[in-house]
Write a protein that binds this ligand. Structure first.
Ligand code: CP
Ligand code: NVA
Length: 299
């Protein structure tokens, strides 16, 4: 059987996503006692900072009986220019899976092409597919399912927005994005998604949030965009999830944020700390759903 990678949300089929959610739910409930990673090692390459991704993958691997190696790209030879194909082939001789967080999505594809073990994308400038698995699982747990739901994305058309588009296209829920001009999601990802599900891009946060089941957002400047922070603060003025915007959504709507969050920028403290916020369940679900993913790809 060929090895399976998870680089973008659409690497999975809908039945596979539903299967991961079932397994993750059993794991979360403490009903899963197997150790499919016993004797196995996950290499975790990080070229960017991380709290949730690093800790959830490391703890998850340990709970499944395996061992996780944290490899900062500044410390391994990749940071000194060792070719990715060489790194991929060498690591494949030692470990049973590779998780990578980096800038250029093409580097993750190159790593996966040359690795003989499964490769998991822990975030690139273009995608954040592990986070969206946790987000949709959170929707399922709090709203009883994702079918027929309307998700409102407020702000930057970044890696998170692109993975939301992939998820909406695959699973068939509605996604409305409110982005300032010039900060829309990836053109090709959007064009593909709009053929497969109901989606729109507007410059009006109110239009996106109207009647939504889920309101979600992310930072105005992602990792690697620190130099654009000031111009982004101007561009994203008004792209804020506050109590008034939440009132446009359904009374039962939940608020999600992948974290880290900047209170007073993309979201108010009132909303992220308020009764509709599910951000810590969302963060917890990273652990459960990634364990399901690790057990499936590496077990
Ligand atoms: N949401 C997320 O990926 O968080 P970290 O950057 O802390 O891993
Ligand atoms: N869009 C953010 C997500 C962080 C988890 C970033 O790329 O920095």
């Amino acid at each position: 059987m060929p090895k399976r990678d998870y680089l973008v949300f659409s690497d999975l089929t809908k039945p596979q996503v539903d299967g991961l959610f079932q397994l993750a739910t059993r794991m979360k409930a403490g009903e899963y006692r197997e150790r499919p990673l016993a004797g196995k090692t996950l290499a975790m390459i990080f070229a960017k900072s991380s709290t949730r991704t690093r800790v959830s993958f490391e703890v998850g691997t340990y709970q499944l009986g395996g061992h996780a190696l944290f490899l900062s790209s500044r410390d391994i030879q990749i940071g000194r220019g060792e070719p990715i194909p060489d790194t991929a082939r060498v690591l494949s001789r030692y470990v049973d899976g590779i998780m990578i967080r980096t800038f250029d999505h093409a580097e993750v594809e190159e790593l996966a092409t040359h690795a003989s073990v499964p490769v998991i994308n822990g975030l690139t400038d273009l995608h954040h597919p592990c986070q969206i698995l946790a987000d949709v699982l959170t929707i399922q747990q709090h709203l009883g399912g994702y079918a027929g739901k309307r998700v409102a994305w407020i702000g930057d058309g970044n890696n998170m927005a692109n993975s939301w588009l992939d998820a909406a296209a695959l699973l068939g829920f509605e996604l409305r994005l409110a982005c300032p001009e010039g900060y829309e999601p990836d053109h090709d990802i959007y064009q593909r998604a709009r053929k497969l599900t109901t989606t729109l891009i507007t410059e009006e946060p109110e239009e996106a949030a109207e009647g939504a089941d889920v309101v979600t957002t992310d930072v105005w400047a992602s990792m690697g965009q620190e130099g654009e922070a000031e111009e982004r603060k101007l561009a994203f003025k008004g792209y804020v999830v506050d109590a008034e915007l939440m009132r446009r959504a359904k009374p039962s709507a939940i608020f999600l944020h992948c974290l880290p969050a900047h209170r007073g920028e993309e979201v108010t403290a009132e909303v992220i700390e308020g009764p509709q916020s599910r951000v810590f369940d969302e963060a917890e679900n990273r652990l459960h759903v990634q364990k399901a993913l690790l057990a499936t790809l590496m077990g």
